[in-house]
Write a protein that binds this ligand. Structure first.
Ligand code: IMP
Ligand code: MG
Length: 430
C-alpha cells in the first residue's frame, strides 16, 4: 500500500523542516511541494556538505527520488534555473527522472518582484514577488509554467523538459503503491486564511493546501505532522505574544555575518557569555538573543535577525486543529542549553480574561499577553546524545510536559542540524 505523509510548519516558518523532510525522504519515493515559492529557504546538512534550497524539495540530494514542485507553488524561473545549475555543479544531475514541475504552477515575473519591493515593507515580506504573483493568479491574469516554457529564454529551455502534468504523475504513483512525502513551506501561522492576517504569506501552507496545491484528494492522505521548534521565531512584522525583547530591538541587531565581521570569533564568544549571563538574570531581551545566537536564527537568504520567543502552546493547539495533526516534531531542543529557566506559554490574557484558544482576530492577538509555566533548564550539551533517556532530566521533563499539554505525540526530537542528531520517540511515518 502506498503511504502519503504531509509535513507542515506548525509555527511561523523556519522550524527545521528541511532537515526532517530530508530525514524522512529515505523511505519515500516521491517528495512534493505544494505552496509558496522562493520566499522559503531550507538548509540541509549531509555529512560535511551544506545545501540551501528555496524551491527544489530537499529530496533532490537523494538518488532515485522524484521531486515535484506542484501547481500550488509560484516559481521564479531564474531562481529555479540557478538552483538546478548549483546542484549540477556539485554533481547532482537534474532530469525529468528526479525533478518535475507542474504545468499549472504560476510564474513570478519581474513586475511582481518590483511590486513586492515597493509595497512589501509594512508586512516585511521577503520581496520575492510572492504576493503579487498570487494576486495575478487569483484575478486570472497570471502566467503559468506551460506558457512560460514556450519562450525563447535560457531559463525556459532549461525548465521545459521538467514540466509535466504532475497531478497525473502523483495519482498514477499512488496507484502503484509508491510512498509520497508532501512538504509544506512556511508555517501554519503564515497561512493566508488561518494565519495572523495581514501579516501572512499569500498561500495555504497548512495541510489543506497539499490537496489543492498538488491535485490529490484528501482521502489519499494517511497522516499529517507538524514541525515546531522548542521555542518560536518570526521574521517580518506582526503580532507575537511570546516575543522576548521587542521587534524594534531585534531589527536593530546586525546580521550574523556582520556581527562576525565586526567582532571576530573571540568577540562573538565574549558576546555569547555576556548574553547568557544576562539571560540568566531574567533579562528577557537577552533570553531571546541567546535563542537567536545559539539557534542561528538569522534568515537563510537575507541574514535578517529573527524575532524569538518561548513556545506558544495556544498557537500550537491552533495548528493541531487547522492541520489535523497526528504528531509533532520538536526541533532545536539543544538551543536551550545554557539557560537556567525555560518557559512555555500555556494561555493568553486579554482584557483581564484568560484565553486558551487562538484569537483569529489579529487586533485581539496583538493585545494578548502570555501566561507562562516555568521549567528548569540545563547546561549540558545535547548534540551528541542518541537516546531520549540519556538527555538531561530537565530536557526530558520539558518534552514530556510539552507532550502532556499538546495532547498529541511528540514523534521526533531534533538536537542538531545533522541527520544523526535526531531522536525518534515514536515512528509514525513510512
Ligand atoms: P512573503 O511570503 O514574501 O509575501 O512574506 C510574507 C510574510 O511571510 C513575511 O512576514 C515573511 O517574513 C514571512 N515568510 C515568508 N516565507 C517565509 C519562510 O519561509 N520562513 C519564515 N517566514 C516567511
Ligand atoms: Mg526557512
Amino acid at each position: 500500500m502506498s503511504k502519503v505523509i504531509v509535513i507542515v510548519g506548525g509555527q511561523w516558518g523556519d522550524c527545521g523542516k528541511g532537515k526532517i523532510v530530508d530525514f524522512l525522504t529515505e523511505k519515500a519515493d516521491i517528495i512534493a511541494r505544494y505552496a509558496g515559492g522562493n520566499n522559503a529557504g531550507h538548509t540541509v546538512v549531509v555529512e560535511d556538505q551544506t545545501f540551501k534550497f528555496h524551491l527544489i524539495p530537499s529530496g533532490i540530494i537523494h538518488q532515485d527520488k522524484l521531486n515535484i514542485i506542484g501547481n500550488g507553488t509560484v516559481i521564479d524561473p531564474d531562481v529555479l534555473a540557478k538552483e538546478i545549475e548549483q546542484l549540477e555543479s556539485r554533481n547532482i544531475q537534474i532530469s525529468d527522472k528526479n525533478l518535475n514541475i507542474s504545468t499549472n504552477a504560476h510564474i513570478i515575473q519581474p513586475k511582481h518582484v518590483e511590486e513586492d519591493t515597493a509595497t512589501g515593507e509594512k508586512i516585511g515580506t521577503t520581496k520575492r514577488g510572492i504576493g503579487p504573483c498570487y494576486k495575478d493568479k487569483i484575478v486570472r491574469t497570471g502566467m503559468r509554467m506551460s506558457e512560460f516554457i514556450k519562450k525563447d529564454t535560457s531559463a525556459a529551455k532549461k525548465l521545459k523538459p521538467l514540466v509535466k502534468d504532475t497531478y497525473l504523475i502523483l495519482n498514477n504513483a499512488l496507484e502503484q503503491d509508491k510512498n509520497l512525502l508532501i512538504e509544506g513551506a512556511q508555517g501554519t501561522l503564515l497561512d493566508i486564511d488561518h494565519g495572523t492576517y495581514p501579516f501572512v504569506t499569500s498561500s495555504n501552507p497548512t495541510a489543506g493546501g497539499a490537496c489543492t496545491g498538488l491535485g490529490i484528494g484528501p482521502t489519499k492522505i494517511n497522516s499529517v505532522h507538524a514541525i515546531m521548534k522548542a521555542y518560536i521565531t518570526r521574521v517580518g512584522a506582526g503580532p507575537f505574544p511570546t516575543e522576548l525583547g521587542t521587534e524594534e530591538d531585534t531589527n536593530k541587531e546586525d546580521s550574523y555575518q556582520d556581527l562576525r565581521k565586526e567582532l571576530g570569533e573571540e568577540g562573538i564568544k565574549h558576546l555569547r557569555r555576556r548574553v547568557v549571563t544576562k539571560a540568566n538574570e531574567d533579562d528577557s531581551y537577552n533570553q531571546g538573543r541567546w535563542l537567536r545566537m545559539n539557534g542561528m536564527e538569522y534568515g537563510t537568504t537575507t541574514g535578517r535577525a529573527r524575532r524569538t520567543g518561548w513556545f506558544d502552546l495556544v498557537g500550537a493547539h491552533y495548528a493541531i486543529k487547522i492541520n489535523g495533526l497526528d504528531s509533532i516534531v520538536i526541533t532545536k531542543l539543544d538551543v536551550f542549553t545554557g539557560l537556567k529557566k525555560i518557559k512555555i506559554c500555556t494561555a493568553y490574557e486579554f482584557n483581564g480574561k484568560k484565553l486558551t484558544s487562538y484569537p483569529t482576530n489579529t487586533n485581539i492577538l496583538k493585545n494578548c499577553s502570555p501566561v507562562y509555566e516555568e521549567h528548569e533548564g540545563w547546561t549540558q550539551d545535547l548534540t551528541e546524545i542518541t537516546d531520549f533517556n540519556e538527555l538531561p532530566q530537565a530536557a526530558q521533563n520539558y518534552i514530556k510536559r510539552l507532550e502532556q499539554l499538546l495532547k498529541v505525540p511528540i514523534s521526533i526530537v531534533s538536537i542538531g542540524p545533522k541527520r544523526s542528531q535526531t531522536i525518534i520517540r515514536e515512528d509514525m511515518f513510512f
